[in-house]
Design a protein around this ligand. Structure first.
Ligand SMILES: *Cc1c(COP(=O)(O)O)cnc(C)c1O
Length: 435
């Protein structure tokens, strides 16, 4: 008898973007002629830059020749791309990494979702709230999150990020965390973290033997010179953090698929089952609050880089040669300039949206170092109520903040990934609607 993984049945069915599509479609049925502008889903719209498409054409032609053909590539990615990453993304920031610490993938979603599987099932995870849903859902699938009650998973530590605390997550004093997900610049709030704040997290992780999974998918949007692009700008981070990067938002690779993960060789995790069998009970859960970090230093330490490499070699056959050549091209002088031009284009939208919505009297956050505007809904209006009001009143689609977690209630997200024209038109409509 084939039995299902019951943890999958615990997943909350409401996939945010499917719900949004349903509501938008219902509106379209009633108003077939309506011209709807979407500032909802976080997908890019501008075409790939010429440096990238030229590299892809060249790679395709190569593959069609006897000398240039490539079959399976290294699971970790081609050296030409891994070297370009070290040289361009890290060395200029004073970060010296080894080529074996770079793992090329088919986008950051895969690795942010997969990484948890090399960790014991009863780690306590901590997340900033609201967050990118992949972090929690991938842990739900393996049975790590407990049960879903009142919009929250019982075994997940939620750290609210709201206007009240300036979107700065506070480290809880009464709950222990083993694995912490951080995403900066943040999706969905568009806010960033200072070096000083990030240092607090690294120090927490070092002190408590915790692991930080740092998602830097939007680092290319940082304009403020003091904001860290990588967690490895913080001393000690190599001992406690993994970093995820993606070319999706950086260079419009949402359809091409390529990204990478940094797993430092200095990173180790405890092996609690070493020496004794470990099973979850209320007592142990309580005990682990106090004793786990102490006991973990005694057991065997496991090298995470080796373990991740083993996992990848078994389950992943590498990103395509064409995607990796495409990614390499963004590090050429032309590539860098062209990619920057597209990012600047989106950031002009972000600035326009931020300024325009603020002029209309809305309270807005983000939009300065990230392509997202996080807007407080007017007094008394929930995320979904505002979403519907905006759809019916202005034919503009935003994303209800509550879809990203309980602390997202009372906010909506606008993306800067549209064209200048649609962004401008959306603002005009919102302006007319509010008058
Ligand atoms: C878009 C996004 C990613 C990247 O996903 P890809 O799989 O690389 O396309 C990762 N993390 C966050 C928070 C994102 O918004």
């Amino acid at each position: 008898m084939a039995l299902v993984n019951v943890h999958f049945l615990n997943l909350q069915n409401n996939y945010l973007f499917a719900d949004i599509a349903k509501k938008v479609n219902a509106y379209k049925v009633m108003h077939p002629k309506a011209d709807i502008i979407s500032l909802g889903i976080g997908d890019v719209t501008q075409p790939l830059c010429p440096a990238v498409t030229e590299a892809m054409h060249k790679a395709v032609s190569e593959l069609g020749t006897a000398e240039g053909f490539h079959g399976y590539g290294p699971e970790q990615g081609y050296a030409f791309l891994r070297e370009a990453i070290l040289k361009n993304d890290f060395l200029p920031r004073g970060i010296h990494l080894d080529i074996d610490e770079v793992f090329i993938n088919d986008g950051a979603k895969s690795d942010t979702g997969n990484f948890q599987e090399i960790l014991h099932w009863d780690n306590f995870i901590g997340v900033t709230d609201p967050i990118y849903p992949v972090y929690i859902d991938s842990n739900v699938m393996i049975g790590r999150c407990g049960t879903f009650e009142d919009g929250r998973w019982t075994n997940v530590v939620y750290m609210p990020c709201t206007a009240e605390n300036g979107f700065v997550p506070q480290i809880p004093k009464d709950r222990h965390m083993d694995v912490i997900y951080l995403c900066y610049p943040n999706n969905p709030t568009g806010t960033v973290i200072t070096k000083q704040e990030l240092r607090k997290w690294v120090n927490y992780a070092l002190k408590n033997d915790a692991l930080i999974l740092y998602d830097a998918a939007y680092q290319a949007y940082i304009t403020d010179p003091d904001i860290p692009h990588s967690i490895y700008e913080i001393r000690g981070a190599r001992k406690c953090a993994v970093e995820f990067r993606s070319y999706s938002k950086t260079a419009g690779f949402t359809g091409v698929r390529c990204g990478y993960t940094i797993v430092p060789k200095d990173l180790t995790v405890a092996n609690l089952t070493f020496g004794r069998e470990y099973s979850r009970s209320e007592e142990l859960m309580q005990a682990s609050l106090f004793s786990r970090s102490a006991s973990s230093t005694e057991g065997e330490r496991i090298n995470v880089n080796k373990l991740w490499n083993r996992r990848q070699c078994t389950k992943f056959n590498g990103a395509s040669y064409i995607s990796q050549r495409a990614a390499e091209a963004i590090y050429t002088p032309e590539g860098k300039q062209q990619v920057k031009a597209t990012i600047d284009y989106y950031m002009q939208n972000a600035h326009r949206l931020l300024e325009g919505l603020q002029q209309l009297g809305f309270e807005c956050y983000g939009g300065r170092n990230a392509p997202y505007i996080w807007m407080k809904t007017p007094e008394g209006s929930s995320s979904w109520q505002f979403f519907e009001a905006l759809l019916y009143g202005a034919q503009v689609v935003c994303t209800p903040g509550v879809g990203f977690g309980p602390s997202g209630e009372g906010y909506v997200r606008f993306t800067a990934f549209g064209s200048h024209e649609t962004t401008e038109k959306a603002l005009e409509r919102i302006s007319r609607w509010t008058r």
